[in-house]
Design a binder for this molecule. Structure first.
Ligand SMILES: [Mg+2]
Length: 232
């Protein structure tokens, strides 16, 4: 299946060509509305209160801080943010865990993969503490063989170094693996490494419209992945 052309949703992955399934967590299986709200609304609000700042200024300061470590492990390291911002972001995650949940159809997709007998690994940029909060809330771990966070690999997924390290850790064959993510940079890095079957999650948040990427099989729901056969 060509990966460079704009693929329409009727072009399903051919599951007979796929041995391993690698799935992103936030924005692919879980609703990224939680993360967007947390880092763009709630943390700025609490930071504004802590420093007696207007909300906009607090948000601008935090956005500058986020950008300063973008692409580095610190970017998703909740302990790092607790220290840097001076607010307990882990406790805040637990406080707001009612906002953590699956994207529509994600659990059905995971059950489908189990029926197909495909080993499924979550490959996430998230920090292990954040993974624990999300697993406790959703039971995501019940559906998958393994969850690998970026700290185990040593890099974030958008970095070229991530993929050979992740491959050594998991032992998958890139030419017979499917990787799904909502982040273009992560998909590009996987493509450069040779992961053959790439799927873009275009509907990362229940609260945002789909953002399709023309260069990947870009889908706004799991339906195209459920039947699992190339149109003959
Ligand atoms: Mg994601």
């Amino acid at each position: 299946m060509p990966q460079s052309a704009a693929l329409s949703p009727q072009h399903f992955p051919d599951w007979t060509q796929i041995d391993d399934v690698l799935l992103d967590m936030d924005g692919t299986l879980l609703d990224r509305h939680f993360d967007n709200f947390f880092f763009e609304e709630e943390l700025p609000r609490r930071y504004a209160t802590l420093h007696a700042l207007p909300f906009e200024e607090a948000r601008d300061r935090l956005m500058t801080m986020y950008r300063s470590v973008e692409g580095e492990l610190a970017w998703t390291d909740l302990d790092y943010w607790t220290k840097r911002v001076g607010l307990d972001v882990v406790a805040m995650h637990k406080e707001l865990d009612h906002m953590i949940g699956f994207l529509p159809g994600a659990e059905e997709f995971l059950r489908h993969l189990r029926q197909l007998g495909k080993p499924v690994t979550i490959v996430t940029n998230a920090h292990s503490t954040g993974v624990l909060v999300k697993v406790a809330k959703t039971g995501l771990d019940r559906y998958v063989n393994r969850i690998v966070d970026a700290f185990e690999v040593g890099y974030l997924k958008m970095r070229p170094e991530y993929w050979p390290n992740c491959q050594r850790l998991l032992g998958f064959d890139p030419s017979r693996s499917l990787f799904m993510d909502d982040d273009e940079g992560c998909l590009m890095a996987a493509k450069a490494f040779g992961v053959a079957h790439l799927v873009h999650s275009a509907k990362s948040s229940s609260q945002l419209p789909p953002a399709l990427l023309p260069q990947f099989l870009s889908i706004a729901g799991f339906a195209p992945l459920l039947n699992g056969r190339s149109p003959a």
